[in-house]
Design a protein around this ligand. Structure first.
Ligand code: G3I
Length: 464
């Protein structure tokens, strides 16, 4: 038995003992010497992944490297909206299922990418807006996450929703124009569909503390404080010829919000600095205990969307590049994950949410000074998503309730941007703290999802 192997065994035994005893554990920086990316990452409690283009799964050189080096995969394109729902309500899972089968046969976990994105929408969705689009997008999230339920480690629920530049604001898109709460609505729907998957927000140009990453940081902080079910943030990390000096600090500030962070689409411009930048990103991830994995956006240079940038870790021939060695060394030198108490995940509101303690108003004051509600339904056999628009009357509102009487057999399973009381028969939805106060004529939207049919329901709105 050689020296390195002895060290590795010793670490494994020590780590197992520490974990069994429920103690925190830190591995020393010289204590491992894995010889593949996946082994070295796994020794430190992380995954090392690659984006996979479906058609490459018949390329022997490609598959050999994929299975030898990577223990996580993500579909480069096959799980996007245009691929999975080419016509509204017609779902195609061929490419995604093929990747999941490959992963399961080869001991790889699967990242899901991406449920909602302003790009790569099917034509029918690009032409939609308002509540029709809101219903369609929630249905898409629900259907796709349900199909892959139990098979996805982490989902990119929403991809690239923030603008580049100095605004720190949301990017304009058809999705954004359905209402600012579209992102949280998507997270609630994804949680309801696959409660076991980690739910991530994913974006690029977030490689340091800048206006865009700060905008996202503020959203994640707000989501955590309000219990919106977000578990992780993906940093795509499509990089040029330098690495921001605060790359690690940026990961850490997100981790400090109680979410995991992941490097999700790493690739780096070739040239003198490539190996150093790859190593710097790897070190940063290793130094952040909530950084749970790294994914490169492809396997070999010739598989990359960046073409002549030669941005990955392997040559087309399959040879390892200098950048490969620098990543492997950084994985081996890094500390392992220090187990810490898991931050309790936010709970999904809906039928499990205790009913509000406020008794219903004894004198409901509907009318011109109250509020009105209208519902838009997206139904399929056995289920539906309802988007409800609440409009304040001439006096505005301090809060509102919307009652809906469901037909027999129908049941609410999930609610967003409101709190539901009851799940069958007459269900009462109450504003949450940020959308109760409406000016005269102002509109807000909430939604709920259910089983059975909600055909013909008419909501009634009561203002307070
Ligand atoms: O498969 C069709 C082919 O049939 C057709 O002949 C050809 C003609 O254009 O297009 C092929 O589809 C292309 C697809 O890649 C597969 O190669 C699409 O046009 C092309 O738009 C698509 O590009 C992908 C891009 O996202 C847009 O979805 C890239 O492969 C993919 O690497 C890239 O990945 C994104 C992440 O999802 C999000 N973050 C940024 C990252 C890089 O842009």
């Amino acid at each position: 038995m050689n020296h390195k192997r002895v060290l590795r065994l010793a670490v494994t035994v020590a780590a197992t003992g520490a974990l069994a005893a429920g103690m925190t554990m830190t591995l020393t920086s010289t204590a491992s010497a894995g010889t593949t990316l996946k082994a070295s990452a796994a020794e430190k409690g992380r995954y090392f992944g690659a984006a996979v283009a479906g058609q490459k799964l018949s390329d022997n050189t490609y598959v050999t490297i994929l299975n030898r080096e990577f223990n996580s995969v993500v579909a480069e394109n096959d799980m996007k909206w245009d691929a999975t729902e080419p016509q509204q309500g017609r779902f195609v899972y061929t490419g995604g299922d093929r990747l999941v089968s490959h992963a399961q046969a080869n001991g790889q976990s699967v990242r899901g990418h991406a449920l909602l994105w302003y790009q790569q929408q099917p034509g029918w969705a690009q032409n939609m807006s308002g509540s029709a689009l809101r219903s369609a997008m929630i249905n898409h999230v629900t259907q796709v996450a349900t199909h892959f339920r139990g098979k996805i480690h982490s989902w990119d629920v929403v991809n690239e929703a923030f603008a580049d530049g100095n605004s720190g604001a949301r990017r304009d898109s058809n999705l954004q124009r359905t209402g600012n709460d579209w992102i949280e609505a998507a997270f609630y729907a994804a949680r309801a569909a696959d409660p076991g998957a980690k739910l991530c927000y994913n974006d690029y140009n977030t490689d340091g503390i800048n206006a865009k990453s700060t905008g996202i940081y503020n959203m994640v902080r707000d989501f955590r404080s309000r219990g919106v079910p977000i578990d992780c943030v993906g940093f795509q990390s499509h990089l040029g010829t330098s690495l921001a000096s605060d790359y690690q600090a940026n990961l850490q500030r997100f981790a400090d919000l109680g979410v995991d962070v992941q490097i999700t689409e790493l690739d780096v411009m070739s040239g003198g600095n490539q190996a150093n930048i790859f190593a710097g990103v790897t070190r940063a991830c290793m130094n952040v205990s909530r950084c749970t994995g790294i994914t490169t956006w492809g396997v070999r240079d010739c598989d990359s969307w960046r073409g002549s940038d030669n941005a990955l870790l392997f040559e087309c021939s399959g040879n390892k590049k200098a950048a490969y060695t620098s990543v492997l060394n950084a994985l081996n030198a890094g500390p392992g994950i220090t187990p810490s108490p898991t931050t309790p995940g936010p709970t999904t509101p809906g039928p499990t949410t205790p009913p509000p303690t406020t008794p219903p108003p004894t004198t409901p004051p509907p009318g011109p000074d109250g509020c009105t509600a209208s519902v838009s339904l997206n139904s399929w056999t056995g289920g539906f998503v309802a988007s409800v628009k609440v409009t304040a009357g001439s006096a505005g509102t301090n809060g509102w309730n919307v009652s809906v009487t469901l037909p027999g057999g129908a049941s609410v399973t999930n609610t967003w941007s409101a709190t539901a009381s009851g799940s069958t028969g007459t269900v009462r939805f109450t504003n949450v703290n940020y959308n109760g106060r409406l000016g005269a004529g102002q509109v807000t939207e909430f939604g709920f999802q259910g089983t059975g049919s909600a055909a013909g329901v008419t909501p009634t709105c009561t203002a307070s």
